[in-house]
Ligand binder design. Sequence first.
Ligand SMILES: Nc1nc2c(ncn2[C@@H]2O[C@H](COP(=O)(O)OP(=O)(O)O)[C@@H](O)[C@H]2O)c(=O)[nH]1
Ligand SMILES: [Mg+2]
Length: 466
Amino acid sequence: MPELLQKSYRDQLVTWIGKTCHFRLLYKISRDGCSAPTFHQQCDGKGATVTVFYNTNKTIYGGYLSQSWNSAGRYINDSKAFLFRLQYNGSSNPLKFPVSDASKAGYGNGGYGPTFGSGHDIQAFSGQINCSGNVFSLNGGLSSGDSYNLNGQTVHTLANNSLKVTDLEVYRVIEGQKQDSPWREHLEWTNETMQELKETLLDYKPMTEANKSAANILLIGQTGAGKSSFFNSINSIFRGKIINRAVTGRSEHSVTTMYRQYEVKDYSRKQFLNLRLSDTCGFQEESALNTQEFVFILSGHLPDCYQFNPMVPFAPDTLGCINDPDLKDKIHCVAFVIDGSTVDDMSDKVRKQMKDLRVRMNHRGLPQVVLLTNIDKICPDVDNDITNTFTSTTVCDAVNKAAEITGLPRDHVLPVKNYECERNLKTAIDILLMDALRQCLDLADEYMDEQLYRGSTEKRKHLAKD
Ligand SMILES: Nc1nc2c(ncn2[C@@H]2O[C@H](COP(=O)(O)OP(=O)(O)O)[C@@H](O)[C@H]2O)c(=O)[nH]1
Ligand SMILES: [Mg+2]
């Protein structure tokens, strides 16, 4: 059964109450039955409430108490209480009536429903009322001006002098903005979370047996999607301030023309993290990324700082080629970097390129994620405050779209916001970025584990044969 109190009336009540708050339905007679015990069971001791009557004349009226309801037969002292009318005979017509005798603002009686004022200004009902048709003929009473100042209005203009209602709702008034339920579970947006993530990444050690190894994460995607920015953002977090090591920017052609394996240094511990982020040239409309070159990257043949040359693709006899790469040289996780603001109009050509690459990766059992960037650009709420990421339906839609395009499961699509023009680091941005990186490392570890296991069983088979 839907809540009847519409947005504009909620906003009006918030204005009258005078502080940021929202409402949670506690009791509704069409849903819970119209009975005094039920009302008290669900509403006593819950703090501030609004009670709203919807009568058959389409007039909406009621009362606000900043103090809890009780069943003790006691008046409720409340200087902030008021009665109100929101709608009269079907038209919006808001009026507020402040309490004039605060000591009798409400009346808590176990045998009564919601009751306001001595006399009483509004007594909803006593005992139990059955519904006839859709109408509850409440057996209470209206008597204007006992403990509230009606400013010249009467029970007729407040409520058509009618307690024949289609519904009556009691809402709890909760301070602060409403938190919509998130579309994905997420970490808390606190400094502690940020510190914990930082330490997890600092303490990270990959599963390879080689001593000086690191997890290799390859960033691929369209030019301008935010690959270099992602590396810069991660680097900035561990640097403690915003810096731009990898060249970023939008241009016709990819700014990055070199294969770079970036290490991340932590400046507080003065050590490198055990991970490398590999930045490639972006794939573009005109020149499809050479698939063979891509496979060389995955298998660890390309040296750091290799300069791509579209005229002469990389080959095993290219100077600097790593000839016999082992697990530590290979890529352990691939992150497709996708611009969240253009995910809707990604060309068929780019989609096809991605699909082709995915075939190669799947063949190797290589884990893949999507880093969905620019989420600040698609949703003003997120732009204002990154902690809105997982309640933003726009971001949720973009995540779904990216999952559909890539064929990856939705929970492998990780929304991030890169640092681009900020002057200072921000906790929530850090959390989103580091959590995405942590998930890449988890997948990289799984892959390495699998490869090591395969390697050792093959070795054993080999030994058995000898
Ligand atoms: N607003 C916003 N801008 C971004 C984000 N990520 C990257 N950019 C900007 O997009 C442009 C291209 O990014 P870049 O990292 O060079 O893309 P690359 O070609 O994939 O390396 C730069 O001007 C960045 O500042 C993001 O999450 N939000
Ligand atoms: Mg780049």
